[in-house]
Structures are given as C-alpha cells and as structure tokens.
Design a protein around this ligand. Structure first.
Ligand code: ATP
Length: 428
C-alpha cells in the first residue's frame, strides 16, 4: 500500500485533500492522472452497462433530495453504525470493529456503552437553520433512480426487465474511514437498479453477478485477486433477499468492491406508500399489475480505481535498476501515447516531436515531454501506465520514421511517421 500511495502522490494521481492546511482527514483529491484514470473507469462501466446492452437507461439525479425520501427508504431509522467512545483519549470506534467492547484498543481506557450513530450528513436548505429545512447529502445514488421510476415509465415506456444506471457522489459520515481511498466520507458510486418481474428476480440477480464479475476480469483484474462472497443471512440489509459481494484482494486483505443485491419490491412499495403515487408496473401482455423486484449492482468508483492501481502495480529488474510499471488495461491507462525527443537540444527534433504529439492528440490522450533524458522519460511514462512511447531521433529527420516502444514488453518498432496513426489505431 505504501508504494501505491507514494506513487499516487509523486506522479499526480491522488493527493491528500487540503494538504497545505495540514490536510482534512480522509479526503483525497484526484490529480491530472487520477482524474483520467477515474474518468476512463467510469466510461468503461457506462459502456458496458448502458451502451452495450438494450435494457438499461442512464440518468443523473440530484444529490439533494426531499427529506421524505430518506424516511421512506429506511435510512433515517436504520442507516446507522454503533459507536463507542473512549472516556480517556476521547477517540471514537465502530463497535463492530472492537475485540473488547469495554476497552479502548488505542490507550486501554474505558469505553462508553455503544450508541447508534446515523451515517447521513445533515445540512439545511436555504438561509434558516431550523428543523423544517433539514436535508441530507445522499448516502447512495440508488434512491434517485427509485423516485424516478414513474418518470421513466411515462417518458420512455420501457418494458420489463429494464434498468437505470447512474454514477455520482455519495456521502456517509463513516466512524472509521481509512485505507487510503477505500473508505472515505465522500465517494462516488456506480449503481444500477434493474426492475424485473418477481418470478425472474433470482435469475436476473445471478446474471448480474456474472456480468459484473466478468467486467473486472475483462479490464485486466487478475482472477486470483477477485472473488464472490455471498452474504450470510444475518448480514443482509433489512430490505434484501440476497446479496453477493465482489471482493478484491487488497494489500490490506479481501474487501468489497461492489455488492449485488436482490432488493425485492421493498423500495417501490415504500415510496408508493410514502408519496401516495402508484409505482406499480402494468404488464400489457399478461394484463397484470404488480410491483417489480429490483436487482441492484452497486459499486464504488474510488474503490475500483484503487483496486485497479493495486492490480496493475508491477516492479521488475532491468539490468541494475528496478522498473516500476502500471500495467493498466488500455481502456484505463490515463495516457495512451507519449512523444519524446531523443535530444532535447536539437530544435529540429523538438519541433518534429511536438508536431507529431499535436497530431496524435486529436485522436488519443497523448503528451509531449522533453524535460529529462530519454531513460528517465521512459521510466516516468511506465510509472503512470502510458501504453506507447514514440521517440524522435536524429535519423527521424532523414528517414521520416520514429521508434515506438511498447510499455509492457519494452520492444521497439520503427514506424514511418505517416503510418503512425494507423499503427497505433491497431494497437489501441
Ligand atoms: P462497507 O460494508 O464497506 O461499508 P457497504 O456494504 O455499506 O460497504 P454499499 O452500501 O453496498 O456499501 O455501497 C455500495 C458500494 O459503494 C460499495 O461496494 C463500495 O464500493 C462503495 N462504498 C460504500 N461506502 C463507501 C465508502 N465509505 N468509501 C468508499 N466507497 C464506498
């Protein structure tokens, strides 16, 4: 983990939030490479669940929602962790993490009895801070899709089974955030709510587990680091009939990347009751009206980014040196191509390299770098996972060819400049 955290900071993937003020605990800012990686990951998800299927529609709901949403969903009543405070050092602990519920694991002091602590962030809408204006920052994106079920039926008339997909920020006032970006109070989710006839829900649930598991593998996740963990009956959320987590073997142990739950008809029934609106579905063919069941694959963007970073981090000996490479899948790599002049004090070479870089930028995320000697430039690109390095040398001025180096094999091809795009298009 230390190596990954250090690479993230050194190379501009992820920084401590508000660092110049000493940092705000457990907040993280994505830098230039981090934002590219994160956007690529979200794009790959959207492509797989929205564009490559016929049964999912995308949407983007507001973070702030009517407070009644959180009453109906059960979050006001049930979305809490038990916490205990140390009477001596005043530190706060999640009761579930404690070996001894009476003794502080840090200083050995006496702990208070555990008390429920609601994980929703509260704030007030408008200038007056009173109970009537209390609202919450959403702790999940899911509810934004449930409350739009009717709008989607009325505007798009989809037939069951169909789903909604959304990516967005969620907030939870976690008692014990940590492990870098794994558990934070502000994070991003990628969620699908899949509406299905109750009789087909078990099969749809299993299909979604398989579909989502394969997505991680297709993007290069090592099989031995990925597993499915069905929930025990006693750990299921109150609304869920079944849930399986997809877990990744992080440097700190197996932990959840995504949960795929069968939420039954709990959500639509709850919102129908609380809003007074009819949220049933009418099946024309069967002349049947019913509440669909909901299958929910719910993953974390930040956790996935961290898992893909850990999965791709690679060290190898090259002569006397250690080469660090991020072997990210081509869809995820923040930069696809770097153009590097072999000699930075030769204006003709620099000019040609810049021209090539500008041309490539029209098709891919490409960079130009001449701020160090070539060996160092290669190392830098390897560390951020750049797939190809194009080197312009003295000979390029005459034979109009460049050297293209592959990140993983380090093999080099000599390619004519006018065929370069074609060459890269085949690879990328
Ligand atoms: P955990 O058991 O780790 O607290 P959860 O089961 O409460 O997670 P869900 O409510 O199922 O999580 O949320 C769906 C996904 O959102 C999780 O699989 C995870 O990827 C992500 N997620 C949830 N809480 C956090 C958090 N505090 N920080 C980062 N990602 C989170």
């Amino acid at each position: 983990m230390e190596k990954i955290v250090s690479l993230c900071k050194r190379r501009g993937f992820i920084f401590q939030g508000s660092e110049i003020y000493g940092g705000l605990a457990n907040t993280w800012d994505y830098g230039p490479f981090g934002v590219e990686l994160k956007n690529n990951l979200k794009r790959a998800w959207w492509k797989s669940v929205v564009y490559e299927r016929n049964d999912i529609l995308g949407m983007d709901a507001a973070i702030l929602m009517h407070p009644k949403v959180w009453e109906a969903s059960g979050h006001v009543e049930n979305f809490y962790d038990l916490k205990s405070d140390c009477k001596s050092c005043k530190k706060r602990f999640k009761a579930a993490d404690l070996k001894d519920p009476k003794k502080c694991p840090e200083c050995g002091g006496e702990l208070t009895d555990s008390r429920p602590f609601n994980l929703m962030f509260k704030t007030h809408q408008g200038p007056i801070e009173e109970a009537a204006n209390l609202i919450y920052l959403r702790p999940e994106t899911a509810q934004g899709m449930f409350v739009n079920f009717l709008n989607i039926l009325d505007s798009r008339h989809p037939k069951l089974p169909f789903g909604l997909a959304q990516i967005g920020k969620a907030f939870r006032n976690e008692i014990t955030p940590g492990n870098f970006t794994f558990r934070t109070r502000e994070f991003e989710q990628m969620e699908i709510e899949y509406f299905v006839h109750p009789d087909q829900a078990d099969k749809a649930w299993q299909d979604w587990i398989d579909y989502r598991f394969q997505w991680y593998l297709d993007l290069g996740m090592k099989k031995e680091n990925l597993r499915q963990r069905p929930h025990e009956k006693d750990e299921l959320a109150h609304y869920a009939k079944a849930c399986t987590d997809i877990e990744y073997n992080f440097p700190f142990g197996w932990s959840e990347l995504e949960g795929i739950a069968n939420r039954t008809d709990f959500d639509l029934k709850q919102h129908a009751k609380a809003s007074g609106k009819d949220l049933t579905y009418f099946d024309d063919a069967a002349k049947q009206r019913f509440y669909p069941y909901i299958i929910e694959p719910s993953g974390g963007v930040d956790r996935s980014v961290l898992a893909f970073l850990a999965n791709s981090y690679h060290e190898e000996k090259v002569k006397e040196d250690t080469r660090v490479v991020l072997k990210l899948h081509k869809q995820l790599a923040p930069t696809k191509v770097a153009v590097l002049p072999l000699l930075r004090n030769r204006p003709e070479i620099v000019e040609l390299a810049k021209k090539i870089a500008f041309d490539l930028k029209k098709s891919w995320v490409a960079v130009y770098d001449d701020t160090a000697a070539i060996g160092k430039l290669y190392r830098r690109q390897d560390e951020v996972g750049t797939l190809y390095c194009v080197t312009v040398d003295v000979q390029s001025l005459e034979d109009k060819q460049v050297t293209v180096r592959d990140r993983d094999s380090m093999l080099q091809d000599r390619v004519s400049i006018d065929k370069l795009k074609e060459y890269l298009r085949e690879k990328l």
